[in-house]
Design a protein around this ligand. Sequence first.
Ligand SMILES: [Zn+2]
Length: 475
Amino acid sequence: MNVSVNNTLSGRKEELVPEDGNTFRMYCCGPTVYGPAHIGNFRTFIVQDVLRRTLEASGLKVKHVRNVTDVDDKTIRTSRELGISLGEFTKKWEDKFHKDCASLNLLPPTVEPRATEHIAEQIKMVSDLVANGHAYPSPDGSVYFKISSFPEYGRLSGFERENLATQAFNSAGEANSADEYERDNVADFALWKGRKPEDGDNFWESPWGEGRPGWHIECSAMSRKYLGDTFDLHGGGIDLCFPHHENEIAQSMCATGKEPAKYWFHSAHLMVEGKKMSKSLGNLYTLDQLLEKGYSPAQIRYALISGHYRQQLNFTFKGLDDAKSALTKLSKGVVSALEKFGMGNSDFEKLVKPGAKFEGTLFEPAWNALCDDLNVPKALGMIFSELSPLREKGTAGDIAALGALLYALGISLSLDGCDSCSSDDIPEEVMELARARWQAKKDRNFALADDLRQKILSLGYAVLDSKDGFSLERR
Ligand SMILES: [Zn+2]
């Protein structure tokens, strides 16, 4: 069954079919690495991860490109304030981002290009746009894209060209960073930014003098390099739809004459406890902040996928608690089915991969729900309702289908965890810490694992590791 999602460009749900009939090529806008990513960022990346995994479970190969924005106003300003090089600064936050992604069970992209390593490709694209009349240099050494030269501008986001006075706000209604460069029309956006004193040593030579690329051009240049002039899908949070993605389409089409992507995939915003996320409300939670509160990465991932990607998700602490109960219920259901099959936990873990057939299995309805506009909440509900039938009348095909479904959702159950999981004399608080520690160890986050071990010790329990799991002992 083909996977379908809502295509922002057509405004309709469409089946995702790779243009070359074999490999699905997708580009997703990656993080700007100037600090830890927050759960709103991670929701977007996790939704994209579920899409990629679902495509793989449907039998497709996926080439997934996600960039790293390692030069912009914020990265330059903060690295200079700290007195370290831009490269040293962004490397630190890129590493942290990768670590967080691994904890949340996100598959690494196939290619992860950095903006600063693709300056030549960006300059080439800007030069082509200047040469064919779609861009113009300004006296301060910057180059602007001329929106009036592209009549189709606004097609993706639905912005009316005549109402387009400025690019000061994005499609989520948030202010974009101020842009004080000279331009003919206030809506024209910078492809190249002439060097300013506050840029310090962070500049590159170009036909227009020293400067650095604008943000939008990096995605056009890098998606083209790794996926070709036209690829299958471009993804991002809804806040990127305008102006970022609109600008990408304008640049790419005017440079190559071709539509850059067939499908545009946007996920809705995250709310926290019913409120918009903002610095002033202090609710831009990072992964570490949630781990410190005792929540596990698996719980956080589950909570972030539990709403439909096109609807605003209200992230709450109650939601995290519910995620814990749901994961426990799921683990218990799977463990009891495995017992019936005489299968060990490690046997099941080998089935958590793409490749299984869903047709005719107990989990076909759940799979169909996932394929139908990535309806994760519906698919989860259907998985739960099949756990009893699985135990009662399941077949090897059913258990393989469940493994493939869990792969698609990126749910990693800690089945191999505690040998004494069922013993009631260990407090749930200790169990939870121990599971989080086991996950941290699997994620190779040894600092966190050690912290959690200390916390468990302080509650009067020692953790003993074996090859496939751990056990707890009262001290
Ligand atoms: Zn982008």
